[in-house]
Design a protein around this ligand. Structure first.
Ligand code: 6PG
Length: 257
């Protein structure tokens, strides 16, 4: 279960830099022990500010980016030029600024005939990059995730059969509201990671965040982000003041005893 020290509550003005610092520190730790670092990116709008900060001094020069391999936690089945593409969002906030760093990145190929073919192709990409050693699951070094106000994470949506799929490295699905076709890492590929950072900002996430972290009765079928409870690695929640507003902090901490 998440303990309070796994939750970083951050001034919104400091959110991008604080998260960027943690990401840099984690990548450096991995590269101290390994030839490369696998870093799985989240889509959506929250991480964009972090990617922009990561691509600027001092962080852009604190990492040997040529030893970092970027993957996507999920993608929309749209052309990379689409405004809805997570690749396009990362390209504009991180890749363009680090274009001289020999960064290795592996986007989902959304030019194939279907989202199902894209998911199969991405699973093969992950295997080819060596992150599928034990025949059970890839073990990524760092995974970034967001949550939707319905409790989804990546493209694992409430009520979807993908939530209980323990076999597939990648899944394909339809967004339950707008019907857009999605490709996503499966639960096992996500939650086998060594480190998972959830990035959650805004008051519209406060109720959902509290349910995910503090209500053990909420199930993964109801809120897939609760799958973090069975994560193999370490999970840290990076929340701004608004998103954390409804979290019940330990009384000992509140009264400073
Ligand atoms: C996506 C993301 C998705 C996102 C949440 C939060 O492709 O949209 O993978 O899971 O992280 O929906 O999105 P925001 O950061 O925009 O609130």
């Amino acid at each position: 279960m998440t303990t309070l020290d796994d939750i970083e509550i951050i001034d919104p003005k400091r959110f991008p830099a604080t998260v960027a610092e943690e990401i840099v520190a984690s990548i450096i730790d991995v590269l101290d022990e390994n030839e490369s670092c696998s870093f799985v990116l989240s889509g959506g709008s929250t991480p964009a500010q972090v990617y922009r900060r990561l691509s600027r001094p001092p962080y852009d020069d604190e990492i040997d980016w040529s030893r970092v391999k970027l993957f996507w936690g999920d993608e929309r089945f749209v052309p990379q030029e689409s405004e809805h593409s997570n690749f396009r969002m990362v390209e504009g906030t991180l890749l363009q600024s680090l274009s001289d760093k020999d960064l290795k990145y592996f986007p989902v190929n959304t030019s194939l005939g279907s989202e199902t073919l894209s998911a199969e192709d991405y699973a093969n990409t992950i295997k080819q990059q060596g992150y599928y050693t034990d025949g059970k699951s890839p073990v990524f070094d760092i995974v970034l995730l967001g949550i939707g106000s319905d409790g989804h994470t990546a493209s694992l949506f409430p009520g979807s059969s993908s939530v209980s799929d323990t076999e597939s490295i990648c899944i394909s699905c339809d967004h339950p509201n707008d019907g857009t076709k999605r490709i996503s890492l499966g639960p096992t590929a996500i939650f086998s990671a060594k480190k998972i950072f959830f990035l959650v900002t805004g008051e519209e996430k406060a109720e959902t965040l509290t349910q995910i972290i503090q209500d053990p009765s909420v199930t993964p079928e109801q809120m897939p982000a609760t799958l973090y409870r069975n994560a193999s690695g370490h999970v840290t929640w990076f929340c701004d003041y608004q998103a954390a507003a409804k979290l019940e902090r330990a009384t000992s901490e509140d009264n400073g005893s």
